[in-house]
Design a protein around this ligand. Sequence first.
Ligand SMILES: [Fe+2]
Length: 187
Amino acid sequence: MSRLRIFSETQPQQALLTLHEHAAIARELAQAGVRFERWQAAQPLQPDATQDEVIAAYRTDIDRLIAAAGYRAVDVISLAPDHPDRATLRKKFLDEHTHAEDEVRFFVAGSGLFSLHIGTRILEVLCEQGDLIGVPDGTRHWFDMGPAPHFVAIRLFGNPQGWVARFTGDDIAARFPRYEAGQAAAA
Ligand SMILES: [Fe+2]
């Protein structure tokens, strides 16, 4: 189940607010300038669907977003829990960083944990199958795929070459819940 938890940046131990209802999460995130939507596949997808089949299933929403925000490239990435480089891949975006590009992800399958550092708050968004998140360019954030990552995600880019992480050097991410802690709390 998707979840938004809001923390003060100085209080990682206790969330100020926890939301599970999608419309409420989307409203709260919209106030912070963050896009959050639910998408439905136009046709059922097989687990072994190709990139083209995945994109075709969500074409209407992809095109709407491209028209609204000017994105120019779309791809599909997937990660399985037994990926030999999973620990390295997880570490890559685990510290607070920004991008010069929006970070736009739609979860075709699986889940991932985005933590957005906006003002003096941390907005922690557990994205699940069917969720689209759009993190605006320049937003301080980190992403945790967990120790056994499982997701298939559609990515939209304005310029994929510009999509590099600029680390802030702040160790704040280490003080906040990791993916597995969030999973335990949700159970
Ligand atoms: Fe990022």
